[in-house]
Design a protein around this ligand. Structure first.
Ligand SMILES: [Zn+2]
Length: 148
């Protein structure tokens, strides 16, 4: 390989890499803003409406199941993001591979959001009755803030 060809190859690889990074961070930003409710909502609810010792005990196995499920879905989001980055690095532009990978990212992020909302509902079921109005208020406020 001549030096000129080598330089050209390195330069185009760098451009592809930079384009990939830009698109991936744009996708990441879009997903973050499109899914503000996901795991932040869960953390916010735990902070705003701390569980009593009894409630914590009642919800312990569900909290663990949610953590496990969330970790598995987050791995899928990461893997899909990796495929998206590779597809873009290989061929910057909206190729069928980029389209497919972006749909995978979207599906995994959507699943994470649904899993979180399901857990948020099951947490409510584990609360003492007198604790639920405060929880509902915090939930509605967090979702409304996220919708703004
Ligand atoms: Zn929880």
């Amino acid at each position: 390989m001549s030096r000129a060809n080598w330089t050209r190859m390195v330069v185009s690889a760098a451009i592809a890499g930079a384009a990939g990074a830009v698109v991936v961070s744009a996708a990441h930003w879009l997903l973050q803003s499109a899914h503000p409710t996901s795991t932040d909502l869960h953390q916010e609810l735990h902070e705003q409406v701390p569980l009593s010792a009894q409630e914590s005990q009642r919800l312990e196995s569900r909290e663990q199941a949610y953590q496990t499920r969330r970790a598995a879905i987050e791995q899928r989001v990461k893997a899909a993001n990796g495929r998206l980055a590779r597809a873009i690095a290989l061929q910057p532009g909206w190729t069928p591979e980029v389209e497919a990978a972006s749909r995978e990212v979207e599906a995994a992020a959507g699943e994470l959001e649904r899993a979180t909302l399901q857990h948020v509902v099951e947490m409510r079921e584990g609360l003492d009755a007198q604790h639920r109005p405060a929880y509902d208020a915090a939930l509605v406020k967090a979702l409304s803030d996220g919708a703004k």
